[in-house]
Design a protein. Sequence first.
Length: 162
Amino acid sequence: MVGDNILFKAPAPLEGPSLYDPKRTDLFPLHWGDLAHSRATAAAAPNNRRGQHRFPLVLKLTYTLGSGQQGSGDLINMGSSGLLFQCGHRFVKGELVKVSVEWPYLLDGSCPLQLCVHGRILRSGDSGTALTTMKYEFRTARRVVPAEALPLTPGTESPLSE
């Protein structure tokens, strides 16, 4: 019987770290268990044409076109083959674009990251802009360092007034 063979048994429920943070439910609304459930649901849906699953993420992004034009927008969802974002610009189908997404987690707990995606526009409209991924990489982003207060003693001029 197939069910008794260890090679065909269903895997145990997924265990491990979660992307879910109760304080930031707007960023990663998924859990490992939710991921397994959503994949099973997507596979069972007869009208799902997409081969890869999309994950809903709400993150800020910037884009640069081949012409040098730049802009910003909001990520709606992404998967291994592409992403969907919203912005005020309408793109031309087939146009090449570089998108940099502000990643919400820090490298080694201190260094901000960006997900840089090079891709081609599939469609652009009221529902958002779909981009197919040609190349992607994580890059370290510029750190935002808070300005330090300069001590001033009474009767001295500010060093910034020069």
